[in-house]
Structures are given as C-alpha cells and as structure tokens.
Write a protein that binds this ligand. Structure first.
Ligand code: NAD
Length: 484
C-alpha cells in the first residue's frame, strides 16, 4: 500500500499530522493507499513558505521562470508511461485515455510555458505611462480528482509563469501523480517555496483559501463547493476563479452525418467513464432522426468494453470510488422513477463483478426538467432529446444552469458556427473538432468564473499596474486623480 503522509513546503516533504484516510483501487476495491492530511498549522507553514519565496520568484525574468516550467515538463516525459499506469490504477481511466488525457496534456502545458512567455510584453500606455501585469500574490490552487495531474498543471503553469507562488491542494482521492509532479519540479531546480503542496479534504482546502497570505484562489471542482469558495473569497476580497461542472449539449443539425455525430458524442460522453467536466451528456437531435439516434446511441453504449483500465482493449473503466458509484446509480434510479426511457445500461445491465463500474447508460426523454437532464452525472450516462426546429434546439441546449462546453454537428460549417454562437458555453466544438489545449477555457453560470489554458490564463493570477512617467505635459484631463 502506498503512503502519502507528508506535505511539501519550502522545497521539502514534512510529516503531516492531520487525519488519515484509506484509498481503494477502483478496479479491485482493495486498499491501495493511505493519505494523511496536513493540519491547519501545516497549511500555514506552506503559505508562509510561498509568501517568503514570492519576491525573488516574481523578480526573475519571465523567460527564466518559463525555462524551469519547461524543464519540469521534460522531466515528466521520461516518466510518461509509468505516470499513465499510475493514473489508470488510481482514477480508473483506460490506459490509452490516460496517456492522452492525463499525461500528454500535462506535459504539453508545461512545455508550452516558454512560448506563452514570449507573448507577454509590457505595454506602452497613454502618454509615457507604462502598463505592467504583476502577480497579485500567493495563489491557492484547489483541484479535483478526475484529471489530477493535468488540472494541477493547468493552474501551476500560468500561476508560476505570472510570477506568483503557489500552494496546491489536490484532491485527497488522487495524490499519486502530484507527488511525481513535485519530483519533476525538483529536478528542474524550482526554488524552494515557489510550489508547495498540502494533501487534505474540505477542511484543509478551506483553511488554505482563508489563509491571510493567500490573495488569489483558483478552484476546479463541483458547483456546490465552488459557490462556497466564491462566498468565502468574496467576503475576504480575494481574486477567485472557478472551473465548475457542466451538462454539455451536443446539438445535431438536420443535415449532419447522424452516425458520426452520435459516435462522436458517445466518445465525449463516456471518456474517463463520464468523469469529465466537458462530457457531452445531452444529445439533441431533430425529431425526424430521434428513433435512429436512440438506436445508434444504445448500440454504441452496449458495444463498449468495460474492464481493467490497464488492459489496452478496455474502453470504459470504473468510477473512482464507491461513493461516486452510488451517487451515479441513485441518479439513474431517479431518472427511471421520473419516467425517463431507459435505452441501454441502468441498474440491471451487466458489469464487471468487482470494481466501481457503472454500466454505460442511455436515456431518452422529452422533459427538460428531469433531474437526469439538469444534473451533472459524472458517470457514463447520456440523455437524448428531440427538438422541433433550430430555435427549440438552442432553447434546449441552454436550458440548464451550466454553460461550460457544447458540440454542434452540421454538413454546413457556417450554419454550425451560427448555432454555436447562440449556445451559452465557453467552448464549442464544431463537427467533432478537438479542443485546442491552449485555447481559452471556462464557463458561464453554474460552470464558473474566469478562463484557463493558454497565455490568457495568466490574467487570473495578475493585476495591472500603471507607471506614470513625466512627459513634461499635462494630460488632457487628470481630473478624478487630481481631485482625489
Ligand atoms: P469537489 O468540489 O468535491 O472537490 C474539488 C476540490 O475541492 C477537492 O480538492 C476537495 O478536497 C476540495 N474541497 C471540497 N470542499 C471544499 C471546501 N469547502 N473548501 C475548499 N476546498 C474544498 O469536486 P470533485 O468531486 O473532486 O470533482 C468533480 C467536480 O469537478 C465535477 O463537478 C466536475 O465537473 C468538476 N470539474 C470541473 C472542471 C472544469 O474545468 N470546469 C474540470 C474537472 C472537474
């Protein structure tokens, strides 16, 4: 059994003194790891280390900071296969998906840092004003378990590149790749205190975001916890960005190639067993193609191979924990009770005898108010609805509190783009296009605030400062400033 009983501060691992939890392998249900949480005092040691490291780190040229981030990426390249296996064992992600979605994405994010740095220049403002972007201060980064390595990298790279120092609190359910990430930063000679890590749950996370040394909070996780964090951060006037849940629509226009659109939607709905914030979990099809779409989706779901995530043939692994599985099965049971039509999967469908597996499940309904339409399942569950015309399609697409991502399918790209612009989502994929890892990403409404990924992500950790140099001339109007 692996042990994660330390926290990382000031460039060293120290024994943690808080509560301990046991983790279970999601495929075998056997105990796999023990995680000991940092105490509130130990969280304070981590934020103190980050605050102490901040002045020297933020004073270094951005190019040097970027080079260290890229060197950490290089260090991970050598471990990529081992990391993919570690994440498949820990999260349950099928190995081929682990390589691509967990590991390559994280490495890409680190390796891109020098390119992003080149795009950041101080701007000449009006007159002789110099407008600079400066780090706000110590950043608390709180991340979930579904893509533990990638989502940590998504926050650490822009934070450190901007000159901030970081205390990361990863999910207590997925510590293994984070320990490897710290090792990569050590090999890249990141100065002590610039990146600190505390393992723990809600109490540890809350102690971290409340800590007076922390000035920026970057959170990825559920909408419910995001609301709590926004309230705390708002009260303490800290800058908060939130990447939260989704219930993303896949809108198939009447001229689209239906089979391709359905299989593309299934792939996005069931990847990482549906434990993806951008999962295409609602399929919207024209009334005339509804029956065919239902048949295609049900057949596609039944054909998925569930099993050991380390077996290269496996397409669908287990959920990460018994708690996630029972939550998903409850949602499926409620959908049946509320009258959703079960087309594939469900409680009675075959699944491996051991492991936290949920059968790939497809529902159809005409009722947009059902819980299965409105609630993020975070499990391999798809719901299909028919629309009567384009306005109705857009109305259904926008009829949840979320606004994270969407897909639109059409033979006519211009028409797909026109519909995409009417869908309230931070990123929309046209005809199955892969989302570029450096394009801005984030949501509306219950999906959160702020944008991550690519050079724009630095803004979440920075503020603007204007340096007014004397030009010998009085500006056209300096009224409010002079009036005080
Ligand atoms: P969660 O909200 O339960 O936990 C996320 C993190 O917050 C964990 O590290 C957890 O320990 C911590 N936490 C929990 N309560 C806290 C509190 N009161 N104060 C501070 N920290 C606290 O989410 P989860 O179950 O780990 O992850 C699944 C959720 O994450 C889903 O809703 C999913 O959609 C969302 N997610 C969103 C994105 C995105 O980019 N939008 C990406 C991945 C996952």
């Amino acid at each position: 059994m692996q042990r994660f009983d330390n926290f990382y501060a000031d460039g060293r691992w120290h024994p943690a003194q808080g509560d301990e939890i046991t983790l279970y392998n999601p495929t075998t249900e056997e105990p796999s790891a023990a995680v000991r949480f940092a105490t509130v005092n130990q969280v304070r040691l981590a934020t103190a280390a980050a605050a102490a490291a901040l002045p020297a780190w933020s004073a270094r040229p951005m190019g040097e900071r970027a080079a260290i981030l890229a060197a950490a990426g290089e260090a991970l390249v050598a471990q990529a296969d081992e990391l993919a296996r570690t994440l498949s064992a820990e999260v349950g992600t099928p190995i081929a998906q682990s390589r691509r979605l967990h590991v390559q994405t994280a490495i890409h994010t680190l390796l891109q840092a020098p390119r992003w740095a080149q795009q950041q220049q101080p701007q000449e403002g009006p007159g002789r004003t110099l407008v600079e972007q400066i780090p706000i201060g110590v950043a608390a980064c709180v991340t979930p378990w579904n893509y533990p390595l990638y989502l940590a990298a998504t926050k650490i790279v822009p934070a450190l590149l901007s000159g901030a120092s970081v205390v990361l609190k990863p999910s207590e359910l997925a510590p293994a790749s984070i320990a490897a990430l710290v090792g990569a930063f050590e090999r890249a000679r990141l100065p002590p205190g610039v990146l600190n890590v505390v393992f723990g749950g809600a109490a540890t996370g809350e102690a971290l975001i409340r800590d007076r040394q922390v000035e920026v909070i970057s959170f990825t996780g559920s909408t419910a916890v995001g609301r709590q964090i926004a309230a705390i951060g708002g009260g303490l006037l800290k800058k908060v960005s939130l990447e939260l849940g989704g219930k993303s629509p896949s809108v198939v226009l009447p001229d689209a190639a239906l089979a391709r659109a359905v299989s593309g939607t299934l792939q996005k709905a069931f990847q990482n067993a549906g434990q993806t914030c951008t999962a295409s979990s609602r399929l919207l099809v024209p009334q005339a193609q509804f029956s065919e779409a239902c048949e295609l989706a049900a057949a596609g779901a039944r054909a998925l191979r569930s099993g050991d995530p380390l077996d290269p043939q496996t397409e669908l692994g287990p959920l990460i924990s018994a708690a996630q599985r029972s939550r998903a099965m409850q949602l499926i049971a409620t959908a049946v009770q509320q009258g959703a039509h079960l087309l594939a999967g469900g409680a009675g469908a075959p699944r491996p005898a051991r492991g936290y597996f949920v059968p790939p499940t497809v529902f159809a309904t005409a009722d947009p108010a059902l819980e299965i339409v409105q609630t993020e399942a975070f499990a391999p569950v798809l719901v299909i609805m028919a629309y009567r015309g384009l306005d109705h399609a857009v109305e259904l697409a926008n009829a949840t509190p979320f606004g994270l991502s969407a897909a639109v399918w059409s033979a006519d790209e211009a028409q797909a783009m026109a519909v995409a612009r009417r869908v309230r989502a931070g990123s929309v994929s046209i005809n199955g296009a892969h989302t570029h890892p450096d394009a801005p990403f984030g949501g509306f409404g219950a999906s959160g605030l702020g944008r991550e990924r690519g050079p724009l992500a630095l803004e979440e950790f920075r503020a603007t400062r204007s340096l007014h140099r004397d030009s010998g001339q009085r500006p056209p109007s300096d009224g409010p400033a002079r009036a005080g």
